[in-house]
Design a protein around this ligand. Sequence first.
Ligand SMILES: Nc1ncnc2c1ncn2[C@@H]1O[C@H](COP(=O)(O)OP(=O)(O)O)[C@@H](O)[C@H]1O
Ligand SMILES: [Mg+2]
Length: 337
Amino acid sequence: MSSAAETVLSVRDLSVSFPTSEGTVKAVQDVSFDIRAGEVLAVVGESGSGKSVTALAVMGLHPKSAEITGSARFGEHELLGLDDKTMRRIRGDEIAMIFQDPMTALNPVFTVGGQIAEAIWIHRDIQKKAAMERAAELLDLVGVPEAKRRARQYPHEYSGGMRQRAMIAMAIANDPKLLIADEPTTALDVTIQAQVIETMKAAQDATGAAMMLITHDLGLVAGLADRIQVMYGGRIVETGTTDEVFYGSSNPYTRGLMSSIPRLDAREAARLTPIPGAPPSLINLPKGCSFRPRCTFRTEICLSGVPELEEVAPGHSTRCFHSGDLPELEVMVEVHS
Ligand SMILES: Nc1ncnc2c1ncn2[C@@H]1O[C@H](COP(=O)(O)OP(=O)(O)O)[C@@H](O)[C@H]1O
Ligand SMILES: [Mg+2]
């Protein structure tokens, strides 16, 4: 990936809120980021931090009641407010999605190969037989053994990991420019997770697509992501290259996420330190910095307002009043292993 690579998706000042009977849920506030061709951007944060809402806004998949402001440029298109017909054409063709549960994408009554083939011929001028052959090739590419035979099987004949591979094959079937994967391995066993992540990397390499990889598990992305964007309470709190974030994080929340990653050298498997406390209510955000109530570095100033997302090094920004005076970081994870 070179820095001159074309910007595939450019999101600016995205805010999403949901009016509810209890009040307005401010799910996402002032989120801006770019993803370039061939690049993997990991979006990381605890459950409820606004990761999925960000992705769904980009894909035009929110209920009509959602209030969405800002901009999401994808090539010649402004995606926010795009008409349903154009959005449907773009989804599944130029933008493809991989979800946690493959059964949201796979229909149990059709063969796996048949469904991938259908995804191809809906969007392309291609013979059904050629599409079926292409489906088997794609299944082979994502590591489904005996792909030709297994293309004729039904989803229930696949294991969880194999189904997730099939969904990846379907996602890349039309050479998308952008792949959005939302917690793609969360439902899988730890051993299978690593294999599926490898498969996603292979699929992304094969297509040269940009990828937005959403996960609550920072440890999962070390070997895969080019850049990491950490979200808390609907806002970006740190963003930078994977190395910058793992070796030079200047944000207490990101550091908290890192200390809950199992260490390779840990003597007992369960030596994890999750961040004490719970994520904030998005209807009544705490005064000042949203992370303040859980933060071990908090002082008076943290009540004074929401800290700005400030650049601390080229391409590395953080949102913390104390970013300059945090203690030396103990590096816990081997990046790009
Ligand atoms: N349609 C909706 N109506 C009301 N609140 C919603 C809706 N969709 C998401 N939210 C809220 O927005 C917040 C962010 O959700 P989400 O982006 O799904 O979090 P995550 O980071 O776990 O993916 C959560 O508090 C969630 O309850
Ligand atoms: Mg989510």
